[in-house]
Design a protein around this ligand. Structure first.
Ligand code: ZN
Length: 115
């Protein structure tokens, strides 16, 4: 799957910025992160893994789930203590299901037949 440059999530348009250093993901440059989302700036930052595009996609899914949770009331049901683990499981499960069913490859929208 190609990482999009922009992503509309519940009518908010986020810029998706790929960065080369883990600490560039953090807006303050202090933490080493795979991804981050800046709600006020409508920006998702993702560390561009050198040889692991699957990680890029999983990180994008992780940040998308943050955005969805932020825009809905669901966030209040998941305590902050477990939130990152919860989001990681969802992102991994989403990625795994789409990957196993061939839905992440470019051009996946073509109709498939059994013949
Ligand atoms: Zn997170």
């Amino acid at each position: 799957m190609k990482i999009p440059k922009r992503l509309n999530i519940f009518s908010t348009m986020y810029d998706v910025v790929m960065v080369d250093k883990l600490n560039d993901v953090d807006v303050d440059g202090e933490k080493y992160l795979w991804g981050s989302i800046l709600y006020d700036d409508c920006e998702i930052r993702i560390y561009k893994a050198k040889d692991n595009s699957a990680r890029d996609v999983q990180t994008l899914f992780h940040e998308m789930i943050h955005a969805i949770m932020n825009k809905t009331t669901i966030e209040k049901y998941i305590s902050e203590k477990y939130r990152e683990d919860f989001i990681d499981v969802l992102a991994t499960g989403l990625f795994d299901t789409l990957e196993r069913n061939g839905l992440l490859a470019d051009g996946h929208c073509e109709a498939k037949t059994d013949s």
